[in-house]
Write a protein that binds this ligand. Structure first.
Ligand code: ACO
Length: 442
């Protein structure tokens, strides 16, 4: 890892000195410097020196690891993957290239790209017996519930890629997950609408194949619209990774115990499901449908500002971005392209979204709290226009984020200093007391 201790102008290591007012003892804590972004205070020796833990629920001031994959500057609205700005990747690259970049650290050359695409393509089918898992679910099951179950079940099928100590097996598991997620996601959709599963077509590109498996049926040819396939590919790029967010941290924490990669990704999917995280794009659409007409927007803005109302404007605000989410800008443009291609001129939901964004961006409450639209604000509208039901939105997010999760998992496993993740706590419960037999309890 490239982390170094910060040094002052005179060459000495920079530290932060902590004075324990209880004892008067001084503790020097080293400052570590990354390649860019905020420095960190290394507190690993703090407990030994003071007998105190640090307290940071929600990790608002805590770097949980060092990583060389993704960099975010939330104040400036910057997102880099391996140094490359997200807007450049969305504009000029494609999802397969971004997968390679996240996994390997560099963009592939032409031969590496061809080989990587061929490898991923060869892993698109799932074990035939896996299809029987779907039939155990109710038809009205939320597809994210199905995803948690089926992705976790991959570890019951691919025993030859669950040894986390074997670099070859780690790579095969990574390829399998990237390749099979579209198949598994499309099958979740097909099951929910009662249509037959579609086998992958290896003559199609990654996004194209996913659209084919989702919307195609065996009884007639299905031609994938190239504009929609391109938009889908872009959506995948925009969701590919996002540093140490809740689901990625979940994957790392699950993996830190040595759990196999399929189980870890299933844990990430569970974490992504929540409306404060990946479930937000589904929540945005539900909110727009609830608002119904542009004239009702002020009522909802007031509710969002009311401290006594727990309603929030979905798709606004972000733990890290205190500026425009750079992915939201690309998503807004993609949204326009998709609606134009599909000939959707007057989408009432889009009208509400545009007006909501305009009002929120000029409202002092949102300005003061730096609540800007996030990536989910526009993605729901695009996905709905393409034909996905809202329940599939978070599934698509999981599909795209799988490469980020597995890259972060791999980076962690390959770190020689890796330890099991084990946070401590501030205990607020009962102090020791004697057991009382049931007949003596009041
Ligand atoms: N609408 C109204 N007020 C909001 C919103 C919102 N969307 N988001 C935050 N606030 C307010 C809070 O009420 C709080 O106000 P206060 O300081 O007066 O108490 C303040 O802004 C800070 O909010 P926190 O919840 O402390 O901020 P945090 O960083 O923990 O939360 C989060 C970030 C969860 C994303 C939040 O902004 C939110 O719930 N947004 C809506 C859900 C959403 O869009 N999630 C998608 C995130 S992006 C992703 O996962 C890809």
């Amino acid at each position: 890892m490239s982390q170094t201790t910060q040094t002052a102008g005179d060459g000495t290591a920079e530290t932060v000195t902590l004075i324990d007012n209880r004892t008067g003892k001084k503790i020097d804590l080293p400052i570590l410097k990354g390649s860019t972004g905020p420095d960190v205070i290394d507190i690993r020796k703090l407990y030994g020196a003071t007998g105190c833990f640090t307290y940071d629920p929600g990790f608002t001031s805590t770097a949980s690891c060092d990583s060389a994959i993704t960099y975010i500057d939330g104040d400036e609205g910057v997102l880099l993957h391996r140094g490359y700005p997200i807007d450049q990747l969305a504009e000029s690259s494609d999802f397969m290239e971004v997968c390679y970049l996240l996994l390997h650290g560099e963009l592939p050359n032409a031969a590496q790209k061809t080989e990587f695409e061929a490898t991923i393509t060869r892993h698109t089918m799932v074990h035939e017996q896996l299809t029987q898992f779907y039939r155990g679910f109710r038809r009205d099951a939320h597809p994210m519930a199905v995803m948690c179950g089926v992705v976790g079940a991959l570890s019951a099928f691919y025993h030859d890629s669950t040894d986390i100590n074997d670099p070859k097996q780690r790579m095969i598991a990574s390829h399998r997950l990237i390749a099979k997620l579209p198949t598994i996601a499309a099958m979740a959709y097909k099951y929910s609408v009662g249509q037959p599963f579609m086998y992958p077509r290896n003559d199609l590109g990654y996004a194209e194949n996913f659209l084919y498996m989702t919307f195609g049926v065996p009884c007639e040819p299905y031609k994938v619209n190239p504009v929609i396939a391109k938009a889908m590919d872009k959506i995948f790029i925009l969701h590919a990774d996002h540093e140490q967010n809740a689901s990625t941290s979940t994957v790392r924490l699950a993996g830190s115990s040595g759990a196999n990669p399929f189980a870890c990704i299933a844990a990430g999917i569970a974490s992504l499901w929540g409306p404060a995280h990946g479930g937000a794009n589904e929540a945005v659409l539900k909110m727009l449908e609830e608002i119904k007409t542009v004239d009702r927007i002020p009522e909802f803005i007031n509710r969002a500002k009311d401290k006594n109302d727990n309603f929030r404007l979905m798709g606004f605000g972000h733990r890290v971005y205190k500026n425009y989410d750079p992915r939201a800008k690309v998503m807004q443009q993609t949204c326009k392209e998709v609606l134009a291609e599909l000939g959707i001129k007057d989408d009432p939901l889009l009208d509400i979204a545009v007006e909501l964004e305009r009002i929120a961006l000029s409202d002092p409450y949102f300005i003061e709290k730096k609540l800007y639209p996030n990536v989910d604000f526009y993605s729901g509208i695009i996905l709905k226009a393409i034909g996905f039901p809202t329940s599939m939105f978070t599934v698509l997010f999981a599909l795209a984020r799988t490469v980020g999760w597995i890259s972060q998992w791999k980076e962690m496993i390959e770190d020689p200093g890796q330890k099991i993740g084990r946070p401590r706590q501030l205990y607020m419960g009962q102090t020791p007391r004697d057991y009382v037999p049931v007949e003596k309890r009041g």
